[in-house]
Design a protein around this ligand. Structure first.
Ligand SMILES: *[C@@H]1O[C@H](CO)[C@@H](O)[C@H](O)[C@H]1NC(C)=O
Ligand SMILES: *[C@@H]1O[C@H](CO)[C@@H](O)[C@H](O)[C@H]1NC(C)=O
Length: 507
């Protein structure tokens, strides 16, 4: 209980502390709630690499609206290292996607048969190597978060941001020792909306003197949704640059649409853009280099030489081929129909119209996460409600009615960066879901002076991608060869850019 932040190093002081704890009101040095401490995890043998805490924070007492978080303390120096809130996208997808498949402390190895408990191995590229990370399931109705009043499942960007802000204020009251750490908000895909809108709430709170004061420093977005026009016009140039359409077809589309691909205003443009859609139809939208499986009944086995997220290959101590993870995420909208204002179709609605997916199932599966998070021993170990009470964990929610009501996010980025908050916008350059061409274009459109002009960034003397730095602390970067969920494809590179950016160093 003598956690960091308390200067209790000798046994005597610890003893005094115990007395204080018992004494209640005299306690000045708060510690994390011991009831939230994770003491072990099914599927993992041995001691956890750092302290983990998990549980619920009630953001609305009257409705019984509860958001679930999982905190992984830094494995380096939790007293000084930054604290980062992580959000996956959707809208409606669980942040356990990030925990299980991207940058969490473990790699999950399939237990073999469907539904059997996975084995957990240390992830050498976990983001907890250099920071403490809070994985938050938001809004209520997503992942392990829930409300006792189902009217809460009708929600949108603004309510989600307000709830997540309430969550943070209450969370910091439970963990006040983290108030002095530099705090960042990060996420990917539809979290391109969540992250800046929540950052805006946090900053408004700081200006308004809301307590506790959050030591907010900046934010990070990977392959993030931002703006209907920029994102919607990004695909055609991407397919051209990647050699997926011919130069002639590109020129035809370009002259018919004048760059306005997202909302064709003539039949000629409509036809040209449909041609592009047809040509790329068979590709995996999250990574054009990866295979796409069109049916759930196919359970492919990966040949050893296949290209696959490294995190997966690395799993085995053995070189045994592993079943392809065919998980679905991020196809938040059909091709060329970027997120627009208003109601965002649910995953299930989209799946039923997704082209090339006769069974209604897009390219991926979520087997290990689903098996693990629907095991009641796991639920109990992480202080989550059992399946009998809140139902099964799904990677993307089927209960939300979600409204995109924040509009373009560009104004949020301008406001935040001009107020001195650092921003890192990164893109896996083989993602076709939110292509880098859109993120590169809108970051440039802010009109900021370039202070670090376009150049390769390196890891182990190899080019890992490209970056451009702007005034007002804005950085854009690509990660070479990565798909939509960057740390999943390039975990080593992801940990490198993450730790460099957090430390304020150049990429
Ligand atoms: C749920 O919340 C709505 C809106 O606040 C309220 O009108 C309704 O009575 C609540 N339902 C229940 C069962 O509490
Ligand atoms: C920017 O954010 C601050 C703090 O929340 C707010 O006071 C201001 O009105 C915002 N400006 C714009 C242009 O949105």
């Amino acid at each position: 209980m003598a956690r960091r932040g308390c200067s209790a190093s000798s046994a005597a002081v610890v003893l005094v502390l115990v007395v204080f704890l018992a004494g209640g009101p005299l306690l000045r040095c708060h510690a994390a709630p011991q009831g939230a401490l994770v003491r072990g995890l099914p599927g993992f043998d041995g001691a956890l690499p750092s302290k983990h805490y998990a549980g619920y924070v009630t953001v609305d007492e009257q409705h019984g609206r509860n958001l679930f978080y999982y905190l992984v303390e830094s494995e380096r120096d939790p007293a000084k290292d930054p604290l980062v809130l992580w959000l996956n996208g959707g809208p409606g997808c669980s942040s356990f996607d990030g925990f299980v498949y991207e940058h969490g402390p473990f790699n999950f190895e399939s237990g073999g048969s469907a539904g059997s408990l996975p084995k957990l191995h240390f992830n050498p590229y976990s983001w907890s190597k250099v920071s403490s990370v809070i994985y938050l399931d938001s809004p209520a109705g997503v992942g392990l978060s829930y409300s006792k009043n189902t009217s809460d499942y009708i929600t949108g960007d603004l309510k989600t941001a307000a709830d997540s802000h309430t969550f943070l204020l209450k969370w910091f009251q439970l963990y006040p020792e983290f108030l002095s750490n530099p705090f960042y908000i990060a996420g990917e895909s539809y979290a391109g909306v969540y992250v800046p809108t929540l950052s805006h709430e946090v900053v408004k709170g700081i200006h308004g003197g809301v307590k506790p004061t959050i030591n907010f420093k900046g934010y990070m977005v990977g392959n993030g949704v931002c703006d209907t026009v920029f994102d919607g016009n990004a695909l055609v140039p991407f397919t051209h640059g990647m050699g997926l359409i011919s130069d002639d077809i590109y020129q035809e589309a370009h002259s018919a649409c004048h760059g306005n691909y997202w909302n064709p205003t003539s039949d000629k443009c409509e036809r040209a853009v449909s041609k592009v859609d047809t040509l790329i139809d068979g590709l995996n939208i999250y990574d054009i280099l990866e295979p796409c499986y069109h049916s759930t009944s196919i359970k492919e086995i990966i040949p050893e030489n296949s290209r696959l997220p490294v995190s997966f290959k690395r799993l085995g101590v053995t070189d045994k081929p592993l079943p392809v993870r065919t998980r679905m995420l991020g196809r938040a909208w059909p091709l060329r129909a970027p997120v627009r204002d208003g109601r965002v179709p649910s995953w299930q609605e989209l799946a039923s119209v997704a082209s090339g997916a006769p069974s209604g199932v897009p390219c991926m599966s979520d087997e290990v996460a689903t098996a693990w998070l629907n095991d009641d021993n796991v639920r109990s170990a992480i202080h989550a409600q059992p399946v009998s009470s809140i139902g099964s964990w799904l990677i993307c929610s089927n209960v939300l009615k979600y409204n995109h009501d924040a509009g373009s996010i560009i104004g949020y980025h301008k406001n935040l960066t001009r107020q001195g908050y650092r921003a890192f916008i990164y893109s896996g350059d083989h993602d076709m879901c939110v292509p880098f061409t859109g993120s590169e274009a809108w970051t440039k459109s802010l009109g900021y002076e370039v202070v670090d002009s376009w150049r390769p960034w390196l890891l182990n003397n190899q080019v890992s991608g490209y970056t451009q730095g702007y005034e007002h602390g804005l950085t854009f970067a690509t990660i070479k060869g990565a798909g939509h969920t960057v740390p999943e494809y390039k975990p080593q590179e992801a940990l490198a850019f993450y730790s460099r950016w957090l430390a304020g160093s150049k990429l």
